[in-house]
Design a binder for this molecule. Structure first.
Ligand SMILES: CC(C)=CCC/C(C)=C/CC/C(C)=C/CC/C(C)=C/CC/C(C)=C/CC/C(C)=C/CC/C(C)=C/COP(=O)(O)OP(=O)(O)O
Ligand SMILES: O=P(O)(O)OC[C@@H](O)CO
Ligand SMILES: [Mg+2]
Length: 233
């Protein structure tokens, strides 16, 4: 299993969406570095456990991206904990985390916990509405958010989230140029091998989500695109 600091390509699967066994096998055996289980709504313990048990048939690393405490369960290699740096409602920055640590603080295996400093840039994403994110950030705002994640709070991951929409590579580069220790995750609207390759040239890790459910072959083509570009670096 690859350590998260080595991930270049990951798929994000939504427990609230159906995926048949044959498609799931192709995703897990695709050569991707990890499968992240996560979504912003309708995530339950039942649908999370169902997806976890299917992904566990394969050797690929599997992480739970926690969006609701209800779905936290043992059995994942990592627990990714988002904190939304541009949220308008502080519950999504530290509020729910504070409550969670009251409940789980003594049970946590900290080696498996990875905090992600999210910056949500698609105003139409469900996560933007939920967290009341200020998605109007320009390049300078993103640079400051990257510095905040990396230098001020020493978060291990800075996640530029354009969920549902392909982002601006210049903005992603502005973030990359301002990170020293944090990994840069990019996610949003990757639908072709070229888009995957282009974002992987700037970000450390690219996250491929919705296209899995729309066009599986295109989703699979993003793995090779990233792996080939990494091999040529
Ligand atoms: C015993 C045991 C197993 C212990 C484990 C310990 C553990 C992990 C404890 C939890 C600790 C902790 C601090 C938890 C935090 C709790 C919490 C609820 C935090 C809030 C997280 C947050 C900010 C959520 C906001 C939404 C968000 C950013 C979600 C991320 C995922 C995302 C954006 C998915 C995309 O969603 P999708 O539905 O696909 O949307 P589209 O329509 O755009 O595609
Ligand atoms: O679903 P897409 O748009 O590929 O985005 C991936 C991921 O960043 C969502 O949290
Ligand atoms: Mg999605």
């Amino acid at each position: 299993m690859l350590d998260y600091t080595e991930w270049r390509h990951v798929f994000k699967l939504d427990p609230a969406r159906e995926i048949d066994d044959a498609s799931l096998e192709k995703i897990c055996e695709s050569g991707t570095d990890a499968v992240i289980v996560g979504g912003s709504d309708d995530v339950t313990l039942d649908n999370t456990l169902a997806l976890l048990s299917k992904v566990r048939r394969y050797a690929v690393a599997c992480a739970l991206e926690v969006s609701t405490l209800e779905a936290v369960t043992p059995g994942f290699d990592y627990f990714l904990i988002p904190t939304v740096l541009n949220a308008g409602d502080t519950r999504w920055v530290t509020g729910l985390h504070h409550q969670a640590l009251k409940d789980y603080g003594m049970l946590m295996d900290w080696e498996t916990i990875i905090a992600e400093g999210y910056c949500i840039l698609n105003p139409n994403a469900k996560a933007a509405a939920l967290t009341e994110a200020d998605a109007s950030y320009d390049e300078e705002d993103v640079r400051a958010a990257a510095l905040m994640a990396d230098r001020l709070f020493h978060l291990p991951v800075f996640y530029l989230e354009y969920s549902g929409m392909y982002g601006d590579p210049e903005v992603v580069k502005a973030a990359a140029d301002n990170l020293e220790q944090a990994r840069l995750f990019y996610g949003g609207g990757i639908r072709t091998a070229e888009q995957a390759r282009d974002m992987a040239a700037v970000a450390d890790t690219i996250v491929v989500g919705n296209i899995v459910y729309e066009n599986l072959n295109r989703a699979l083509s993003t793995v090779k695109a990233v792996k080939n570009s990494s091999a040529n670096e």
